[in-house]
Ligand binder design. Structure first.
Ligand code: AHG
Ligand code: MN
Ligand code: MN
Length: 340
């Protein structure tokens, strides 16, 4: 095999050598996540053929319609991660409470939170969806079942965060705080191969991604910002280009590579925003920051927010540093800076 092919496992093993105290547990956990991602990828690609498409009669804890693939992805994550002794507890966007490790299995030192399927409203139209995950060290006592407090840590405590995008190819992108690395699933080997080492997002982008149908529900500062970025001004690179898929993973992935800003601001419809701090915003914020970008709720750094409940929602603005700072200036009404 050519020395240039670096698998996900090899990359993680080599990264872990920086930590003399590493036990191999983290590498194993990442392999479990990668295995779940391969299963979800396979089923996402085959969804139409396997009669798995369509809505179930269930409504999830968020009060939304649950798609069959949401359930499949959730069960796949639970089953891939519950038995290897790396985790003490899990939490999923699709489960109301924390997910304990079944008694018959050993307990580990990590905590894993995930959104098993992000962008599920897009599934039936064959549009990219994703999985998002976040790993913390446990803070509860070793060898006891993990607790809610283990799952309610600030984003700055994450030891790893990643997403998988099931797009024209399947990619797993993650960070352990040592840069952001992207791996593409080679369907013939069934392996994630390093394809995007050390992803850096442009300091300033040319894309904005937002559900603009909420315009009338936003407060004035947000409307002013969106109005501003659409005005023509060559010197400041305006107007920005509009791109919105409606699968955050896919919107963020594109903007990470091309540069741009993703926004899910508060509105009269959703005063706290829509996205969940623990499953969606914290992991994406860790990745965006590690790629050189910025992630805020409008005022505060996302990863500094105290999660007071498992399914807490937060406004979310993330992307190229200069673009996010400009948004911040509008929201904080630093009008001297933004010349409106
Ligand atoms: P999920 O499918 O996990 O519920 O997440 C959907 C999220 C996110 O992926 C996307 O960016 C956003 O919802 C889209 O929301 P709108 O349809 O309100 O724009
Ligand atoms: Mn989601
Ligand atoms: Mn979801």
């Amino acid at each position: 095999m050519s020395g240039k092919i670096i698998t996900l496992t090899r990359h993680i093993i080599e990264e872990q050598r920086r930590f003399p105290q590493a036990t191999g547990q983290f590498t194993d956990l990442m392999n479990d996540i990668a295995f779940a991602a391969k299963l979800i990828s396979y089923h996402t690609n085959k969804a139409g053929l396997m009669g798995i498409l369509g809505e179930t009669a269930d409504i999830n804890v968020q009060g939304e319609i649950v798609k069959k693939l949401d359930i499949f992805a959730n069960e796949t994550m639970v089953r891939a991660l519950d038995h290897n002794g790396h985790l003490c507890v899990m939490a999923s966007e699709e489960s109301e409470d924390i997910i304990p490790i079944p008694e018959q299995y050993p307990l580990g030192k990590y905590v894993c939170l995930y959104d098993p399927l992000d962008g599920s409203s897009n599934i039936d139209a064959n549009v990219s969806v994703g999985t998002i995950f976040s790993i913390y060290n446990r803070i509860s006592d070793a060898d006891t079942p993990g607790t809610l407090a283990d799952c309610l840590q600030k984003g700055i405590n994450q030891v790893c965060a990643g997403y998988v995008v099931y797009g024209s190819s399947t990619m797993l992108v993650f960070t352990t705080g040592n840069g952001v690395h992207g791996f593409t699933l080679d369907p013939s080997y069934g392996e994630f191969i390093l394809s995007h080492p050390n992803i850096r997002t442009p300091q300033k982008g040319s894309i904005y991604s937002v559900n603009e149908s909420h315009y009338d529900y936003w407060d004035e500062n947000i409307r002013n910002y969106i109005h501003y970025i659409k005005q023509v001004d060559e010197k400041t690179g305006r107007p920005l280009n509009s791109r919105y898929i409606g699968s955050m993973v896919s919107d963020i992935h594109r903007n990470l590579l091309y540069g741009g800003i993703y926004l899910y601001p508060p509105s009269k419809l959703a005063p706290e925003g829509k996205l969940r701090l623990t499953y969606e915003c914290n992991p994406i914020a860790f990745i965006v920051e590690q790629a050189g970008g910025k992630a805020i709720d409008g005022y505060e750094r996302i990863m500094e927010i105290e999660p007071t409940s498992l399914h807490l929602r937060t406004p979310f603005i993330a992307g190229s540093e200069e673009d996010v700072i400009l948004f911040e200036d509008f929201v904080k009404q630093n009008r001297h800076k933004v010349n409106i």
